[in-house]
Design a protein around this ligand. Structure first.
Ligand code: GLC
Length: 691
């Protein structure tokens, strides 16, 4: 049951697809208080209570003990102290003494979540503007709460099947030849690859919807050439449009009045990659339509994938902010600058980026009236994604585009995926990748993944390898790095063969992973879950922060420490360890419920399969279309006859018929031997452990 309570004048954020009636009376669970415009919701916390949710955020799966703030932020340093990242996913799930219940705060402005930070025995959620709908979700398990929530926010976006193939990316591939070299590097060594991305360098002077004719003389011929090799290109698109009279996007947007304006009616100017830029008012349908149409030329030139960036929106500085910093510098010039002046001077420049002062400087038009950006900030990226999805679908009707965005809000999960933004080549960020994976599943962003190998800082070979071993399972599997950092393409490393074999496992499991993704999306389920969701009565499982359930049958537990040759794993029930070295070479080890040290050499990584379940595996392939769905090996540990279903389809039509796409695979156990059957498939059941 979900109950809705309104405060102030809530905006229609589009997060929900189902309009619920507004309830009267007090909000269950919370004490509501008001101070100026703010509305706060507080609830006492029992000693053992846990809080899940918040989608993209730092720290634990259990979010208790820190203060978070829904405020979409371009922050490249995901350290523990950060309150905000790129997306706002205001769902909390409480579990403890009083059972389970959830709350969703549908507010496009800033919301703080003080989850046992100020007082360890209290959670206080504060909407800074006080205009919001609060949804209280009552249910009987964490999974049930998520299911109900997901039903009202609508089904998630699904990528084309090839979008789950390996993506190689780097900020720094400049020309078509650079990309050709990346493709060659993979193909020559038979390292799987489906997509290469094009970062800002492909543009002409960082102008949206342009490509530099010197670097890409014939985009259509280039995309055709790569497609012949089963490779797609994925260009980036930024929210800010270069202020550049003569640029067709800038001119058209100015003429139509489509860019955000200040109170005085002048167009707001902020700087991003191209220097001065203007910001489309994505909150207006006609602007989304127009911006979406701008993709047409590149899509017609064979581009089938887009990543949207800098759409929080990121603003390096505004004209006003820069002037204030210069003024500060001028006022101090020639003086003997002591500590406080020094701090002020430094802050005047470092604080220039993504400043609240700038976000308050411009307006959107909603319902014909100007609304200050601050009130609806967290919707900006989501609305850019909506525009892009519309534009892509218009060019290829009936087909799923590959699309992911950096900034997001709930609702955007229906239009595209998200990547986890600018992480670092830090071991701790493997774990952050894992935690966000599950938290994002709660809020519908099933198609997500992190920059494998790390975006910022120089990576190390072992970090890339261990991170890829987690990436095998993440729906987006992309290796991406920042300009100026050490090269991290698989083929460049001494141990490229080991990494190639890891990627091989991804392709061997791709049919299974795709099936799990689609099933989760279509049934309001979570492809990845904290163990607390499945083993609510198991205290150890509930507090486990470094393992996740995958689908119905499996569990993942990546190695995330340097120089480790294994890790501690807690099994909440009997499971079969599959210790992978490659898609052909792996050990099967039945293990009992409980604590285990699992030895994992550098080339080895685990997948655990619940006893009584089997999962299908194909042969490794070099691209998704090369995966042979007709020959499968089944892995598992069963005692008696078992049946599973595997979903498959053409991998691109946008109408999903779950029932029609399911194939039943039945496993029969007789005389200690397993045999398996399924229509249209040759099955090898010799890797099933009986007992
Ligand atoms: C942002 C993106 C990153 C990209 C860079 C240059 O930092 O998050 O992925 O490489 O911009 O476009």
């Amino acid at each position: 049951m979900i109950l809705r309570y309104d405060f102030g004048h809530p905006y229609d954020t589009g997060a929900l697809v189902e309009q619920l009636p507004v309830s009267d009376g007090p909000v269950p669970h919370f004490t509501v208080s008001r101070k100026d415009a703010q509305v706060s919701f507080s609830v006492p916390l029992g000693e053992e209570d846990m809080i899940f949710g918040l989608g993209q955020a730092v720290r634990g799966l259990n979010k208790r003990g820190h203060r978070y703030r829904a405020w979409n932020s371009d922050d490249f340093s995901h350290t523990e102290d950060k309150a905000s990242l790129y997306g706002s996913h205001n769902l909390l799930l409480f579990t403890g003494r009083d059972g389970v219940w959830g709350a969703y705060f549908d507010d496009p402005g800033a919301v703080t979540f003080d989850l046992g930070y100020t007082r360890s025995d209290e959670a206080v959620i504060t909407s800074e503007n006080g205009d919001l709908s609060v949804y209280i979700i009552e249910g009987d398990s964490l999974t049930d709460l998520v299911k109900q929530f997901r039903r009202v926010i609508g089904k998630p976006y699904l990528p084309p099947k090839w979008g789950m193939g390996y993506i190689q990316s780097r900020w720094g591939y400049v020309t078509a030849d650079d990309l050709r070299e990346v493709v060659r590097g993979h193909r020559e060594k038979h390292i799987p690859l489906d997509t290469v991305s094009m970062d800002i360098d492909y543009m002409d002077d960082f102008r949206d919807f342009t490509w530099d004719a010197k670097k890409f003389p014939d985009l259509k011929a280039f995309t055709d050439e790569l497609r012949a090799d089963h490779i797609r290109v994925m260009p980036i698109m930024d929210a800010g449009v270069k202020l550049h009279p003569g640029d067709s996007t800038f001119d058209a947007g100015m003429e139509k009045g489509y860019f955000c304006k200040k109170a005085d009616g002048e167009t707001f100017v902020g700087a991003v990659w191209p220097g001065k830029a203007v910001f489309p008012d994505f909150l207006r349908e006609e602007v989304r339509q127009w911006f979406g149409d701008c993709y047409r030329p590149m899509l017609e030139a064979g581009v089938e994938a887009i990543w949207n960036d800098m759409n929080e929106p990121a603003i390096f500085y505004s004209v006003e902010g820069l002037q204030a910093a210069y003024d500060k510098a001028d006022s101090l010039r020639g003086g003997n600058i002591g500590v406080y002046d020094y701090f002020d001077l430094k802050d005047a420049f470092t604080g220039m980026s993504n400043s609240m002062a700038d976000y308050r400087r411009f307006y959107h038009i909603i319902g014909g009236k100007p609304v200050n950006h601050e009130k609806v900030h967290n919707l900006y990226g989501a609305m850019m994604t909506k525009a892009t999805a519309q534009g892509m679908k218009a060019v290829r009707p009936g087909k799923r585009p590959l699309l992911f965005s950096r900034s997001s809000f709930i609702g955007a999960h229906r239009d595209g995926g998200i990547w986890q933004g600018d992480n670092f080549a830090w071991w701790s960020h493997i774990l952050l990748n894992l935690k966000e994976l599950a938290s994002l599943n709660m809020v519908g962003f099933l198609f997500n993944g992190a920059d494998l190998g790390g975006f910022g800082a120089n990576t190390t070979e072992d970090l890339v390898l261990r991170w890829l071993q987690l990436g095998v399972f993440t729906p987006i599997m992309r290796n991406h790095a920042a300009m100026g950092t050490r090269d991290q393409e698989v083929y460049r490393f001494r141990n490229w063969e080991t990494m190639r074999d890891v990627l091989g496992v991804r392709y061997a499991l791709l049919l299974y992973l795709y099936s799990e993704l689609v099933k989760a999306a279509e049934t309001d389920g979570m492809m990845f879950r904290p163990l607390a969701f499945d083993y609510a009565d198991d205290e150890v499982a509930c507090r486990t922060e470094d393992q996740l359930m995958l689908g119905d049958a499996a569990m993942i537990a990546p190695v995330y420490e340097q120089n480790a040759r294994g890790r501690h794993v807690y099994l909440p029930e009997d499971m079969l360890l599959v210790r992978f070295r490659s898609a052909e070479d792996y050990d099967l080890v039945p293990m009992e419920k409980g604590h285990h040290w699992v030895t994992l050499q550098m080339s080895e990584f685990p997948l655990f399969i619940r006893r009584g379940h089997v999962i299908p595996m194909a042969k490794a392939a070099e691209y998704v279309a090369g995966v042979d769905a007709s020959r499968l090996t089944l892995l598992g540990w069963i005692e008696s006859d078992t049946a599973i279903t595997l979903y498959d389809d053409d991998g691109e039509s946008d109408t999903i018929d779950l029932a029609a796409g399911l194939t039943e695979i039945t496993v029969t156990v007789k005389d200690g031997q397993a045999t398996a059957e399924a229509e249209g498939k040759t099955l090898d059941a010799t890797r099933i452990v009986i007992g």
